[in-house]
Design a protein around this ligand. Sequence first.
Ligand code: AMP
Length: 620
Amino acid sequence: MGKGDEGRAIGIDLGTTYSCVAVWREQHGRVDVIHNEQGNKITPSYVAFTDDHRLIGDAAKNQAALNPENTIFDVKRLMGRNYSNPIIKNDMKLWPFKVTAGANDKPMIVVKYKGKQLHLYAEEISSMVLSKMLEIAEAYLESAVKNAVITVPAYFSDSQRKATIDAGVIAGLNVMQIINEHTAAAIAYGLDKRSTNCKEKRNIFIFDLGGGTFDVCLLTIQGKEFKVKATAGNTHLGGEDFDNRMVNYFVEEFRRKSKLDISGNPKALRRLRSACERAKRALSWSSCTTVEVDGLFQSTDFCSSITRARFEELNMDMFRECIETVDRCLNDAKMDRSKVHDVVLVGGSSRIPKVQELLEEFFKGKNLCKSINPDEAVAYGAAVQAALLSGGGMKNVPNLVVSEVTPLSLGIFTVGGIMSVVIPRNTTIPVKKTKAYCTNEDNQPNVLIDVYEGERARASDNNLLGSFTISGIPPAPRGSQSLDVSFAIDANGILTVSAEMKSAGSKNDKKRLSTKEIKKLIREAENFRAEDEKFLRKANLMNALEDYIYKMKNALKNDCYVNPKLCSEEKKKISSEITRATNLLDVCNNQPHVLEELADYMKELDSLFELFQRMHCRQD
Ligand code: AMP
């Protein structure tokens, strides 16, 4: 594959459990979903910290059981959320890593790295996963990549979307657009259909049940137009929740059988969770499976089994919630279920048979479309959108126009604590709307504007996005001064609020990282990158040194391989070099900061090379 500008805009599906990256190949007129260095097209959204290095992706996940406190996953659940959010409190009980409250109630992840404690924002961890995906794409394309479209669940709030953009910026990416996962999946499905199908209007229902989030969406595809009609979902429902139920079930069983409680032990929980996730996947194909963990806790083994029926019973309330959400979405779109042409399954958890059965039942026996790969569809669609946004630079890009809607109603707190909706949910974006409000006290000098998102009538039951104050209002009787409040939502689904009177302002979003903080985090990300490079350099040098010791030792052991022309002085020199190199290797293993010493020594070895060459030429 040639170097150059081709494919410089990528699509990234930043998932709760796995991430995936894809690119539009203009040469071939198709999307390539890119495999990582392990040959997998999906990469675990895991980051781990050890005494001497940082790991991302498969390498991080593979060592999770040995280093549970410093192996971070599920971070998408923390993005844009407050520490005091009950959902976070609940998750924390099952996470083996530590999360504490930072400034403005932002959750901070606590890890030990190189012997020091670090406090990291969720955005920082996500940026590390993003930079891994970027690295995978750059290795494949053999060229630098700067631009990306990143997907988020449709039900991600304003602050969660901003947190995702911030993570992209920290990873050094230019985030061209944030698009909804289900829209990306619809693009993938729609293109697949368009190649084989005619141009009549089709109503497509996307059912996307992933690792941590659940999204549904109804959209119509006609010709080149992809129009989202309605969305619904839950940013906190997915495979991880099903795993949690099974973990709790077996924690209880272990307590009953062995009188041991593992609930406070991160390592044991981590190992049990991995076994449960495997069992859950197995139950999608078989009706019963075993769960075995050797030496789970205090050298006691755990071995049990679970049937598909029991698994379904444990999760039935959540499965039913999924179907209720489907119903709500169709109601919002004012569409009868019989008018839906295709029901498309996306997300790993959509493979669960009971979920499929309930969905088929709801759609009165309609066959579900499983033609697109649920793990890859989202990144595929994001790559197409990235190519479309690249404008004239890209050739052969399919001609399509995507229009999105806002998933939640947006409004402000008004008299009596009522939520006054300015933009109702499922309004097509981008959009700008203005509403007039009056002062409600005589001679009122200031107005506080609290911006909320959600569907509850009482403002405080919804999610507070931010506040700002309009001051300097001239004295006047109550109700006589009016104030225009404008809400604008851009193509990323991000909101800007302004109010017009004497002064105007932007929503003061305390939850978002400030520009100064982002700059600091970019610097820190560069430090992490530099440290990773240093680690790799040291690891390569150590491998070379180990290889050298091995060869020299073997050569000396077996005299026939040693050049008989070597004098005893030279042999002595080789032996002493072996001792020196072995000592240095020991030092390297125990001390992380010996890179320069090692590099110098390796240079010295170059000068001894001639001697070793002579040693190896036995026939000379
Ligand atoms: P995604 O976020 O779309 O990558 O989905 C990941 C989730 O799908 C994880 O919770 C996986 O455990 C789950 N998953 C993947 N394959 C299966 C399967 N065959 N049966 C049940 N769940 C699965």
